[in-house]
Every structure is written in structure tokens, then in C-alpha cells.
Design a protein around this ligand. Structure first.
Ligand code: UDP
Length: 389
């Protein structure tokens, strides 16, 4: 017999028959205690967070400072020569843009040149090596210090981060985006519109992911989805390397889902791919809650975004149980979840405009030019890039 019951079986703590599992209300003491450590962490993260002015890409300055601090003793001509095999050589001389004739990925070079052409009139004479591969180049453990610009890296690399080509063009080509993912300006608008059609209360309360198996780190979520389809809808799609169902974790590949259709779902997952995934920035614009797995692989705008302020951090190597716990937490704390989703949207909307990307490029190359120890002269083997967009 329940010791808290009144004789007639009523009483606050006595709703259940003996043998029933108690189902606490989300406001009950039990739930608050269950989640108190997480709630405290969230409130601390939000208290400590300071918004940055959204006018001049200043949110991202510390990344430039950190990357360039490795080169405080200057960038010499020898260093550039040594780095030359790691990427494509560019020069800006007399405010004209030049590039080595061959570019490993022409669409990626074009995506970068869109921005370089916009800023060349403000940049003093410089030269730099730009890596268009997915992978960073200059490991702190295996290489001498070399100045190479890359779009993504971990803290194990000296590479200098630049904004990815895919803000304009040259992103992965999938069936839905056969020209390659790009045109961030258009995605910003179309995803914002999609988010308006799928307001928070209308969204389907499921964790969601569509993408290829570029890393096995995505497996636990896909497996959880197979076990608990009422909690998660996560499936593998084909990519160009797909050969058999083994590449989609022993299931037929799923149809691709457009980024706008991601907005139907309340909880959107991001994982690293080969390097950072271009997916991340898009997810925020749905005003859904972003679950960001792992914190090692970054693009230039990642460090300004904070766990529990803009997204739910999920540890790299998270198990099905870890993910399930976090999903249960956000489901039981819907107001907290919505607040983080809104803050994530606001950050990207205000601080990752096309103007901010151009601004970052300008600031980066101005800082780079200050570290360059010599005045480069035109390399006659380069071709002039006259970009028209
Ligand atoms: N993508 C998409 N819908 C899908 C599958 C992929 O919009 O159904 C996008 C995704 O957002 C990402 C790109 O296509 O930006 C490549 O995704 P994939 O998972 O293949 O690679 P990764 O995330 O490792 O770059």
C-alpha cells in the first residue's frame, strides 16, 4: 500500500495502482532532479555567452588571430615555395587577381574567386597557397610550419582557415543539387521561408538525418533510428563512392531529402564528414534544434558558436544511449530546446551573411599581408582571373 495515500486512495503522490510505473509530469521534482546537472550547465553557458556585434564580422576575428599567431615571426618567400605543392598558388598584385593555371577542383577555385574578386581592390600585393582538397595539409606533428589556406581543420593543423568555396559554388553534387551545393545567399532565403512554414509547434518531434556514410560516426544514430523509428529518422543516402548496401550500413540507400524539407523536423543532426560538413550552417536556418556531434573539425565560423547556446553538443563517438538521453532531455524540456534553436538561427542569420563571408576574407588577407615579410612580384606563370558572377 502506498504510504503517501489518503485512506480513500487520493493524495499527491498516489495516482498509480501498485505495479504501475509512475509517469512523472515534466514539471515534477523528479524530472528537475533528473536533468538538474544539464539544466545548470545550460544556464551557465547562456549566462557566460556574450553576443557580438553583427556589423563587421567581428564574431570571427579570434579565428584569424589564432591561425595567424603561428606566423608571428613572418611568412618568408622560402615558406611559400615549400608550401607550393600543397595547394594552388594565388597572387593579388596591383589589385588584380592571378592563379596557377591548373586548379585541382575548378568549381572550388571558382567558388573562392567569387570572393577574392570582390576584395582584390582593398588588398595590398600578396601571394598565398590555397588548398582546395577536403583535408587540411600542415600537421603540427609531421610538418614544418607552412602557410596553407584550408577550409576546415582540427587543432592538430597549422592550416589557416578560409571560408569554403561552397558559400558560392563547388559544394558536393547530389541528385537534388546536381550543380553542387552552393549559393548560400539563396539558401539563406529559401530555408528561412521553409522555417516559417514549419514553426516550432508544427515540427515533427523526431531526430532527423539524411546523408551518406562519409564517417562511421553516423552509424549509432542510423542504428537507433532502425530500433526506435518514433524517436529518430536517420538514413544513409548514396554518394559517388557507393558500391553496395554495405556502404549504407546494410540497407538500401534512402532517397535524398532537400535541406528545406529538413525544416519539418524538430531535431536535426550534424556530423563531421571527411572534414567539417557543409550541412551545419544550413540546419540552423530551419529554426530546428541542431545536435552537433563532435567538436574537432571546424570551419571558420564554428568557434563563435557555443554549445548549449546555439546547439546541443554531442560528444564524438556518442552511443545510441547517449543520443537517446539527449533526445529525451530536449523532449521533456521543450522551452529550453526552442530557445537554443532560436538562438542558433539568430546567430547564423545575423553573423553568417554573404557580407560576413566577404568581410572575413578581407580581414584574413589583410592580416596575412601584414605577416608577409617580402613584397611579391608577379609570377609570370600565373593566369589572370577576371571573374564575373
Ligand atoms: N544532403 C542533403 N540531403 C540529403 C543528403 C545530403 O541535403 O538527403 C546534403 C548535406 O546537407 C551535405 C551534402 O549534401 O551538405 C553532402 O552530404 P553527405 O552526407 O553526403 O556528405 P558530408 O556531410 O560528409 O559532406
Amino acid at each position: 500500500e502506498c504510504e503517501f495515500c489518503n485512506r480513500d486512495g487520493t493524495g499527491d503522490e498516489c495516482h498509480q495502482q501498485v505495479g504501475d510505473t509512475p509517469k512523472p509530469s515534466i514539471y515534477s521534482k523528479e524530472v528537475n532532479e533528473k536533468w538538474s546537472a544539464l539544466l545548470l550547465e545550460i544556464s551557465k553557458a547562456n549566462d557566460e555567452y556574450k553576443e557580438c556585434p553583427s556589423s563587421n564580422c567581428s564574431c570571427h576575428f579570434s579565428v584569424i588571430q589564432r591561425d595567424m599567431s603561428n606566423f608571428k615571426n613572418g611568412i618568408t618567400h622560402q615558406m611559400i615555395k615549400a608550401a607550393q605543392t600543397r595547394g594552388t598558388k594565388y597572387q593579388i598584385i596591383n589589385h588584380r587577381l592571378y592563379r596557377a593555371k591548373a586548379c585541382m577542383f575548378p568549381a572550388r577555385c571558382a567558388g573562392v574567386e567569387h570572393f577574392l574578386s570582390k576584395i582584390k581592390s582593398k588588398i595590398p600585393d600578396i601571394e598565398f597557397i590555397l588548398n582546395t582538397r577536403d583535408w587540411p595539409q600542415v600537421s603540427k606533428y609531421h610538418n614544418q610550419l607552412q602557410p596553407v589556406l584550408s577550409f576546415s581543420k582540427t587543432s592538430d593543423y597549422y592550416d589557416i582557415l578560409y571560408p569554403a568555396w561552397s558559400f558560392w559554388e563547388g559544394g558536393p553534387a547530389i541528385k537534388l543539387y546536381p550543380q553542387g551545393l552552393g549559393r548560400w545567399d539563396r539558401h539563406r532565403e529559401s530555408l528561412k521561408r521553409a522555417s516559417e512554414g514549419w514553426s516550432w509547434d508544427r515540427k515533427i518531434s523526431l531526430g532527423f538525418f539524411r546523408g551518406s556514410r562519409t564517417t562511421e560516426e553516423r552509424d549509432p544514430l542510423v542504428l537507433l533510428s532502425r530500433e526506435e523509428p518514433d524517436l529518430v529518422d536517420a538514413k544513409y543516402t548514396k554518394n559517388q563512392a557507393w558500391k553496395s548496401n554495405e556502404d549504407t550500413l546494410d540497407a538500401p540507400p534512402a532517397e535524398e531529402v532537400s535541406l528545406a524539407d529538413h525544416c519539418r523536423y524538430k531535431y536535426l543532426f550534424n556530423f563531421r564528414g571527411v572534414a567539417a560538413s557543409f550541412r551545419l550552417k544550413h540546419l540552423f536556418l530551419c529554426k530546428s534544434l541542431v545536435f552537433h556531434v563532435g567538436d574537432e573539425w571546424i570551419e571558420f565560423f564554428y568557434p563563435a558558436m557555443k554549445p548549449w547556446v546555439h546547439y546541443v553538443p554531442v560528444r564524438s563517438g556518442a552511443t545510441k544511449e547517449d543520443i537517446k538521453k539527449l533526445l529525451n532531455f530536449v523532449k521533456e524540456n521543450d522551452d529550453v530546446a526552442k530557445r537554443i534553436a532560436d538562438q542558433g538561427f539568430e546567430f547564423i542569420w545575423n553573423n553568417l551573411k554573404m557580407k560576413d563571408v566577404t568581410c572575413y576574407w578581407r580581414r584574413l588577407l589583410k592580416q596575412y599581408s601584414k605577416n608577409l615579410k617580402y613584397k611579391p612580384s608577379l609570377d609570370e606563370s600565373l593566369i589572370e582571373i577576371k571573374y564575373s558572377s
